[in-house]
Design a protein around this ligand. Structure first.
Ligand code: MTE
Length: 314
């Protein structure tokens, strides 16, 4: 895999505050009021404002590791609906329409329906969390997400006692998503979680990153983030959340059942059939580092898998 040192689609310096500085400055801002006052203080603002990202607080789920550059997070993307070339996704997704957006909530749930994104988001206070993202391709990033716990949404829509899993589906729209005109995967992209994984406090529905509205290439307007699992579980541009009794079959399980399991927990002791998972390259760094069990979140999540053979349930 080739790791770029210079992003191909560099944004002009005048257009954007380098997120590293932006972020460090923002560390000193503690209240939403101060955030709103930022333009008045003469700080640069986004040149192309998307839907505004409401005020948010900092959560306690913060890892103390250098953040991956905004440029890398937004120009080195896996989003096969647009392209299998990570460096082409941002450009191909730039006109993707994410407003209006609706999400279907159905299956084993007390309050099924088709909801406007605004109605999905409104009751949920946003928070910022800094998580590691470990891709199955053995690279990783550290990303400051903004979102809210999936558990809060689940409690609100009230799954029935029959709901044992949650299935997520990405938009299917080949007119907008050129990758879907090719049968590289069985579209639409589907992912799933066991109910206790979905309810875990670390599991996030993200709407932003680096304090900004989620860029299209990162899964706007709503994507899943499960930090102890390989990146492919983090399904983007969600249009359906379905509560089901039986374990969903994910897109990657269909594509390669020997290579991609339902659980997809980061596990340096279980290799991908075609490469080792013991080490990873943090984007922006030269030397590889050891991959951590459950991506370093073992203390929080290991008990979810107590007694399970993680070689079998990979
Ligand atoms: N979701 C959809 N719908 N389509 C995809 O191709 N790729 C996955 C995941 N979610 C993917 C997806 C993979 S393999 C990874 S590593 C992450 O998104 C990448 O997220 P990022 O581009 O925000 O880093």
């Amino acid at each position: 895999m080739i790791i770029r040192s210079q992003p191909r689609h560099a944004v002009k310096a005048s257009e954007i505050t380098p997120p590293r500085y932006y972020f460090n400055r923002r560390r000193f801002i503690t209240s939403a009021a101060a955030l709103l006052a930022a333009p008045a203080l003469g700080w640069p603002v986004e040149s192309r404002p998307a839907r505004p990202l409401g005020p948010y607080t900092r959560s306690r789920y913060i890892i103390d590791e250098p953040l991956t550059d905004y440029e890398d997070i937004t120009h080195y993307n896996n989003f096969y609906e647009f392209s299998t070339d990570k460096e082409d996704v941002a450009e191909l997704a730039k006109d993707f329409r994410t407003d209006p957006w609706t999400v279907i909530i159905d299956g084993e749930v007390e309050k099924p329906g088709r909801y406007h994104l605004e109605d999905i988001l409104r009751p949920h206070p946003l928070e910022e969390r800094i998580y590691r993202l470990r891709c199955v391709e053995a690279w990783s990033m550290v990303i400051p997400w903004v979102g809210f716990p999936l558990a809060d949404l689940i409690k609100r829509f009230q799954p029935t006692s029959r709901a044992k899993f949650v299935e997520f589906t990405t938009l299917y729209d080949p007119a907008q998503m050129p990758g879907q005109r090719r049968r590289i995967l069985d579209w639409p992209y589907v992912e799933g979680l066991r109910m206790d994984e979905a309810m875990h406090p670390l599991t996030l529905l993200a709407v932003g990153l680096y304090g900004k509205v989620l860029p299209n290439q990162n899964g706007a307007p709503l994507r899943l983030v499960v930090p102890w699992k390989y990146g492919f579980k983090n399904i983007k541009s969600i249009v359906r959340i379905r509560f089901v009794e039986h374990q969903p079959v994910s897109t990657w399980m269909k594509a390669g059942p020997r290579e991609y399991g339902f659980y997809a927990n980061v596990n340096p002791h279980v290799d991908h059939p075609r490469w080792s998972q013991a080490r990873e390259r943090r984007i922006g760094e030269f030397f590889k580092r050891k991959t951590l069990m459950f991506n370093g979140y073992g203390e929080e999540v290991a008990q979810l898998y107590a007694g399970m053979d993680l070689r079998r349930f990979f």
